[in-house]
Design a protein around this ligand. Structure first.
Ligand SMILES: [Zn+2]
Length: 259
């Protein structure tokens, strides 16, 4: 059984296709989905969709790249939202050092406030960190954040991975490792402990090698697992079982509220 630990199935790209996609996922043994929110406006849509798909788990948060319209009072509502809806994490939150993103000081303020919400609720976080690992470490340290979580789309060094591990985080491993040019990411993965990572697609983004320009879906998870198995010298079944264990220890509320 596989889980996609990061997919934006609430995005419009999936409108009209979700039922069929869920059935196709089932046929490939992709049985669970963690869908993190991105903007405040998207929270209500996600809450409605999560009711319809029992295999989804959700997280709410304000994504750093989409903070342009965001207001601090939305962070105040984050706690209520997480308590009202059954969540497994707060996210996706973090820092995005990419052209077009809002000022880093503003991002850090939002990130720190959202870390406080997660701490108060004892929830792990889904970290979005692009070209910003040092600043993310700084914010985690200043917030004295202890709940851990996942570093979504991890693409750092082994040393950075170890530092995140020390703070209770696992690394999110996705389609990047399927590219022949991603030798550094593959080397880091080869050296990671088997309990240090989980699988994700970031659908509809981050298509696998050979599928550039296409919409990504959780159907890519078995293929990612296949690459991980080759890199780690494990069987695909071992990768599936190990990453499921890793997911459950990262998100202890995964099975809460299940039928
Ligand atoms: Zn995402």
């Amino acid at each position: 059984m596989f889980i996609d630990s990061h997919c934006h199935l609430d995005f419009e790209a999936f409108d009209g296709q979700r039922d069929a996609l869920m059935l196709r996922c089932l046929a490939l043994d992709v049985m669970g989905f963690l869908v993190p929110a991105t903007t405040y406006e998207a929270w209500s849509t996600l809450a409605v969709l999560a009711q319809q798909y029992p295999s989804w788990r959700v997280a709410y948060g304000l994504h750093p790249y989409f903070l342009k319209e965001a207001l601090y009072r939305q962070v105040e509502r984050l706690g209520e939202q997480c308590e009202r809806e059954q969540v497994v994490a707060v996210g996706e939150i973090g820092l995005d050092n990419w052209p077009g993103a809002v000022d880093m000081a503003v991002q850090m303020a939002f990130f720190s406030r959202q870390l406080k919400v997660a701490s108060a609720l004892k929830l792990p976080v889904i970290l979005h960190a692009r070209k910003s690992y040092d600043l993310v470490f700084k914010c985690l340290r200043e917030a004295d954040f202890k709940e851990g979580g996942v570093v979504h789309a991890f693409n750092g060094s082994l040393e950075q991975a170890k530092r995140f591990r020390g703070l209770g985080f696992v690394m999110g491993i996705g389609g990047t490792i399927t590219y022949p040019r991603a030798q550094k990411a593959q080397r880091v993965l080869a050296s990671l402990d088997t309990n240090a990572f989980i699988l994700e697609t970031d659908s509809p983004d981050m298509p696998l090698h050979g599928f550039q320009g296409k919409h990504n879906t959780p159907l890519s998870i078995p293929s990612i697992a296949h690459h991980v198995a080759r890199i780690k010298g494990m069987t695909v079944e071992q990768v599936a079982a190990q990453t499921y264990d890793n997911l459950l220890s990262t998100f202890p509320k995964w099975h809460e509220g299940l039928l």
